[in-house]
Design a protein around this ligand. Structure first.
Ligand SMILES: CC(C)(COP(=O)(O)OP(=O)(O)OC[C@H]1O[C@@H](n2cnc3c(N)ncnc32)[C@H](O)[C@@H]1OP(=O)(O)O)[C@@H](O)C(=O)NCCC(=O)NCCS
Length: 338
């Protein structure tokens, strides 16, 4: 077996090989998540938005058998390397995962990292009960926070029920007004979007992990990359009436090449504005907005820390059902298997 580094933005053949591995493994690894388009996969890869390395493992005959994306943050979590590691389902239990892990661990160490962890950004966590869960236990990884992956199935019954919920939430949120937009955040809302997004820093995260550093440039770059990849972006924010300060925001994206499923992005309410049902309200208004523009939409997927009781309660009210539990993992470097 050989492991070659490739450039994800320009080496389409290698990216396609990784995509085929990911999709072939989906029924085993993520049985309740919808297939992704190649463009959606490439975008998922770029979501890392930080320095990274891409590695493709091939058999001696040149057949791609696995890949690893290694993200090396340079602004927060600078002692950590985040890894997403996948082996072709027909090539498993032959030591490839162990070899790729050792390779990535070595690269991470070379980049000055003392911890190798799964990445939050790409949701490359391990599903409880999956091959990855058993592999993580075998290699001695510590597991972290449980993340619930939930799906909201859209139906007339649900939409009718949400109408009542919306009226109640609107009463609780008296004194706030809503603003929404499609596509990348316009310049007039960029500063407020960045500020309210920073309130995500108190969402539950794994022990020893710093919150992501976000500034207007990073928000803009991430959204422009999404738009360039053809993703449809939606945002709904709430602000105190008569002010320009955002109190809450929710964001969602949809790949028009798989238009039945949308992915929930952040939902956050600033600490001083909590308790007015703004989290619920912005998500209901978002649903109205996205349904209006995406007639093929059937379900929305979201992931939340199990310990984030406020968010999971809102999701339950909105009809989300938990389909799987994912968990982060981490290995000390150089201790552990690498
Ligand atoms: C996790 C993954 C990379 C492992 O790849 P692999 O090439 O099958 O791993 P290895 O052959 O090196 O397995 C090493 C050991 O892990 C354990 N293991 C791996 N898969 C297992 C499974 N399905 N059931 C039980 N034990 C398993 C075994 O002890 C195995 O040794 P053995 O085969 O001699 O018993 C692969 O299953 C995968 O791509 N999963 C989806 C993505 C994922 O979860 N990645 C990990 C975190 S990002």
């Amino acid at each position: 077996m050989r492991v070659d580094q490739f450039e994800p933005l320009t080496d389409t053949d290698s990216m396609r090989a990784c995509y085929r591995i990911m999709e072939a493994a989906r029924p085993v690894d993520h049985p309740f998540l919808q297939p992704q388009s190649f463009e959606g996969f490439s975008h998922w890869w770029q979501l890392a938005g930080r320095p990274q390395q891409a590695w493709l493992a091939s058999s001696d005959s040149g057949e791609p058998v696995g890949f690893c994306q290694l993200v090396l943050p340079d602004r927060d979590n600078v002692a950590v390397a985040f890894a997403a590691l996948v082996v072709s389902p027909i090539r498993r239990r032959a030591g490839i995962g162990t070899a790729l892990l050792a390779h990535c661990g070595g690269q991470a160490r070379r980049a000055g990292r003392n911890l190798l962890a799964s990445t939050d950004l790409t949701r490359a966590k391990v599903r409880d009960g999956s091959p990855g869960g058993r592999f993580s236990a075998t290699v001695g990884a510590r597991t972290g926070l449980a993340e619930l992956i939930s799906i909201q199935e859209l139906s007339q019954e649900l939409l009718g029920r949400l109408g009542e919920l919306r009226s109640a939430a609107t009463r609780s949120a008296a004194g706030y007004e809503l603003v929404s937009w499609r596509g990348p955040t316009p310049a007039e809302h960029l500063e407020q979007t960045t500020r309210v997004g920073a309130a995500m820093s108190d969402a539950p995260r794994d022990a020893g992990r710093e919150p992501d550093t976000w500034d207007a440039d990073r928000v803009m770059a991430t959204q422009q990359a999404a738009a360039a990849a053809g993703m449809h972006l939606y945002s709904v924010a709430a602000r105190r009436s008569g002010t320009s300060e955002f109190a809450a925001i929710t964001q969602l994206s949809l790949d028009p090449r798989s238009p039945e499923t949308a992915s929930q992005g952040i939902t956050v309410v600033r600490p001083r504005d909590r308790g007015h049902r703004l989290g619920l309200l912005v998500k209901i208004v978002m649903l109205d907005l996205v349904i209006q523009h995406e007639p093929a939409l059937r379900h929305i997927m979201t992931g939340n820390a199990e310990s984030n009781v406020h968010m999971t309660r809102i999701n339950a009210e909105l009809g989300y059902e938990v389909r799987g539990v994912y968990r982060s993992w981490e290995l000390d470097l150089p201790a552990g298997v690498v």
